[in-house]
Ligand binder design. Structure first.
Ligand code: ATP
Length: 237
């Protein structure tokens, strides 16, 4: 039996008086790739920000390996093993690629084979040739590779990507999917938000469809491939 790594139950999150999550629940098993799907504005980013402690849910539970992380500050949650690749990349514009990677390097979980800059360059050879370039001079694709590299340098047990390939050219997108495939094969658990269902079906084990702040459908890639009406009703495909 697979072990549940992340268990999210009944999250309610507000922006002021306006409620965005209405009992969000899902889980990620160790070594799995899990997606949050759904149209714009349904609550996926709010869910990610709630997990990371960027915004505090008013109700619910977030267990990471059976430890409650809801209510903890972001840096403690990151130290416990959640690594975020945020929407919009957010790399440091005035640091070089190498400096960006050094800036987040840590190994709070004491992994035996921690991520190093060299390993990130092996995963993304494009970054090696841009090693001394400033963050703001990178292409969108290079920035996304760097954002993933930075998250890996924190040695997370769960990598979270919010809009993994948004705005990227097809060739670059393909490189990101390949890299995520390598990470999955190495045993890393991944929580993924993206719009490219075809690629997600190939990569992911399970999917959760979010609508108006809660999960309305969940299943495996096989289940979702067959659920044409679910795709039409909730993903607009
Ligand atoms: P997208 O793909 O467009 O980011 P999403 O599924 O990630 O969509 P969220 O960004 O989580 O959705 O938005 C969920 C709801 O919360 C929406 O109604 C949105 O308008 C609202 N919301 C998001 N951020 C804020 C904010 N900073 N202040 C107020 N309301 C917000």
């Amino acid at each position: 039996m697979l072990q549940v790594m992340l268990q999210v139950k009944g999250l309610q999150t507000f922006y002021g008086k306006s409620q965005a999550l209405f009992g969000m629940s899902f889980d990620v098993e160790a070594g799995q790739v899990v997606t949050l799907l759904g149209r714009n504005g349904m609550g996926k980013t709010t869910t990610v920000n709630s997990l990371m402690g960027i915004i505090k849910p008013s109700k619910g539970s977030i267990l990471l390996d059976d430890i409650q992380i809801l209510g903890q500050p972001s840096f403690k949650i990151a130290n416990k093993g959640l690594g975020l690749v945020p929407e919009g990349r957010q790399v440091f514009p005035n640091l070089s690629v190498r400096e960006n990677l050094i800036a987040t390097a840590s190994n709070h979980l004491g992994l035996k084979q921690p991520w190093t800059i060299e390993r990130v360059y092996e995963l993304f050879p494009e970054l090696l040739s841009r090693s001394t370039s400033m963050g703001n001079l990178l292409s969108g694709g290079e920035q996304q590779m760097l954002a993933i590299g930075r998250a890996l340098m924190t040695n997370p047990k769960l990598l979270i990507l919010d809009e993994a390939t948004e705005g990227l050219a097809p060739l670059i997108r393909e490189k990101i999917w390949q890299a995520l495939g390598h990470l999955r094969d190495s045993g890393l658990s991944i929580l993924l938000i993206d719009k490219n269902l075809k690629d997600l079906l190939k990569l992911a084990d399970r999917h959760f469809i979010v609508e108006k702040g809660l999960v309305v459908w969940s299943g495996t890639s096989d289940d979702l491939r067959k659920a044409v009406k679910v795709q039409q009703d909730h993903l607009g495909l």
